[in-house]
Design a binder for this molecule. Structure first.
Ligand code: GLN
Length: 551
């Protein structure tokens, strides 16, 4: 770690806010800045404050909010935490994501218990105190806590969060706090000009609630002129070198390199009066960028799912496929296929030219028959198949119906069935405790969530991929392959090669007599990193590459 030249106590806080419009890549900016500070030898922790009223994103449709990212400790969190983990390698926790819903639910519990001793409970100070406590709590031994606020300045829901940040700026002192504001510089084609006014307004809005940004990250689709930089600096009361241009990048993994070039980490260190030397060691980012932009071949992967029109719904999955490509030095072309489209007919046409099929996680029966068809096609055509969670369950239903002759095989998730090869999980072990659920349990936060161990069968394909027989992976499911069907399915070639340590919950199935056919009950995509591609994604892409060379 660089020598601490400052007497300011650790950790230092960097608050990242956004203005003008949403979707500017605040999450990526936060993750990239975290990675850059790490590359300078500092320890970081990233957190996300979400102003919406849901207690967590677990019950939100992926169409609304993108994927729900699950942490090791079983929290259902915002997808930005996935970016944080992928870029910094630091595992996120329950304590790294909070929503207005959770804040209020805590406050109401306290109020009912009488903790407020008769006081009138108000937004200021009670809600803001709860937010500040969350930001300051359990930071661990890190140098920087980067804390991103969802939404844009001016949103009604966001106000208590901005107020809490303002108060922290006062209480901790500006030498321990930095405000980074991400804005947009739109290009107006008819005028042929980049406009700075929305940024000026956004900063004005921020200042009207008492926050003066220290650094502006201006997102733009073309280089920003020096005169625009000085104009922004002058109007927004920020020094010129702290107006950072954030241009669109070819790949998200180029962003840390690009922002470093623009001096973002330099400005952060300058603000905190920390030494700028030695410079960031960006070797691993340069290597990733080099591999991504100079691939040696490509493979086509079909992702047969339900939320295919919104790529954010499968964010980690897509990134894990990219990582699998990095591991094999190839470009991965993803074809998103709506599984409902298969329901009526043959899926062979849609899968023509593909070198692998991936059926991802999902909920509900819509499109399930299409997923079953995709699994069958892959099995019968020696095409690499990777089934994740629901994708594994569908591969099991397929094998039960078409290999074991259990014509009515289905999942109880889709309605009553006399052959429940997949059924509701009613009990399982978490640590030393037994968890129980019934049909009528709440939907939020009641699934089997987070990291659980599994034992792999010696000599199986998965054990070979992982290079070990004990693994831990993250889960998010309510249904489970029924162990009672194990013998019948193994007899027809579907091996249960991974089980929970008590041997009750099937975790992995595979077909030994197939080039690469694996279904997993967990979500390996959540733990894949550009620097450490997940072994199953690396293996799947390697198998797809082999297939591409055969056709
Ligand atoms: N819907 C299935 C279940 O609850 C699969 C869940 C998933 O794919 N994440 O078990």
């Amino acid at each position: 770690m660089p020598e601490n030249t400052s007497r300011v106590p650790k950790p230092r806080y960097i608050f990242i806010t956004g203005g003008v419009v949403s979707s500017l890549g605040k999450g990526l900016a936060s993750a990239s800045l975290g990675a850059l500070l790490q590359a300078r030898g500092y320890k970081v922790r990233l957190r996300k404050l979400d102003p919406y009223l849901n207690v967590d994103p677990g019950t939100m449709s992926p169409y609304q909010h993108g994927e729900c990212y699950v942490t090791d400790d079983g929290a259902e969190t915002d997808l930005d935490l996935g970016h944080y983990e992928r870029f910094t390698g630091v595992s996120a926790h329950q304590a790294d994501n909070i929503t207005t819903g959770r804040i209020y639910s805590n406050i109401i519990q306290k109020e009912r218990r009488g903790d407020y001793l008769g006081a009138t409970v108000q937004v200021i100070p009670h809600v803001t105190d709860e937010i500040k406590d969350f930001i300051l709590s359990d930071a661990g031994d890190v140098d920087f806590v980067l804390c991103e606020v969802g939404g844009t300045v001016g949103d009604i829901e966001g106000l208590p969060f901005f107020e809490a940040l303002r108060q922290l700026g006062q209480e901790l002192g500006r030498e321990q706090v930095l405000f980074l504001h991400v804005t947009l510089l739109p290009y107006i084609a008819t005028a042929g000009e980049v406009k700075t006014k929305p940024t000026q307004h956004s900063v004005k809005e921020l200042r009207s609630i008492g926050i003066q940004p220290d650094i502006l990250l201006c997102r733009a689709d073309r280089p920003i002129s020096d005169s625009d930089i000085s104009k922004i600096a002058r109007f927004c009361n920020v020094r010129e070198s702290a107006v950072i241009q954030g241009l669109d990048a070819r790949s998200i993994y180029d962003v840390p390199l690009a922002y470093h070039k623009e001096g973002i980490d330099h400005e952060v260190l300058r603000h905190f009066r920390l030494d700028d030397a030695p410079d960031a060691d960006l070797t691993r980012w340069l290597d990733i960028s080099e591999t991504l932009h100079n691939p040696d071949g490509e493979v086509n992967i079909a992702v047969v799912g339900k939320y295919t029109i919104l790529p954010d719904a499968y964010k980690s999955l897509f990134e894990a496929l990219v990582h699998g490509g990095i591991a094999n030095n190839v470009k991965v072309n993803v074809k998103w296929i709506e599984s409902e489209a298969f329901s009526k007919g043959e899926c062979g046409d849609a899968l023509k030219g593909m070198h692998g099929v991936l059926v991802p996680g999902g909920f509900g029966s819509r499109g399930s028959e299409g997923k079953i068809q995709a699994a069958r096609y892959a099995r019968e055509n020696n095409m690499p198949y990777f089934g994740i969670c629901l994708g594994m369950q569908m591969a099991v239903v397929e094998a039960a119906r078409n290999l074991a002759g259990l014509k009515n095989a289905s999942s109880t998730e889709f309605g009553e069935t006399d052959t429940p090869v997949v059924g509701l999980m009613t009990e399982w072990i978490r640590g030393k405790e037994k968890q129980t659920r019934t049909q009528s349990t709440d939907l939020g936060g009641t699934m089997r969530l987070g990291a659980y161990p599994a034992i792999l069968e010696e000599g199986s394909l998965v054990a070979k991929m992982y290079g070990t027989t004990t693994i831990s992976e993250r889960h998010r499911h309510r249904y489970e392959v029924n162990i009672d069907f194990k013998d019948r399915l193994e007899a027809v070639g579907l091996k249960f090669s991974g089980l929970s340590p008590d041997g009750i919950l099937p975790e992995i199935v595979e077909i030994p007599d197939h080039p690469w056919f694996i279904g997993v009950q967990f979500h390996p995509e959540l733990k894949s990193r550009p620097f450490e591609p997940h072994p199953l994604f690396a293996g799947f892409i390697a198998a797809a590459l082999k297939k591409s060379r055969l056709v």
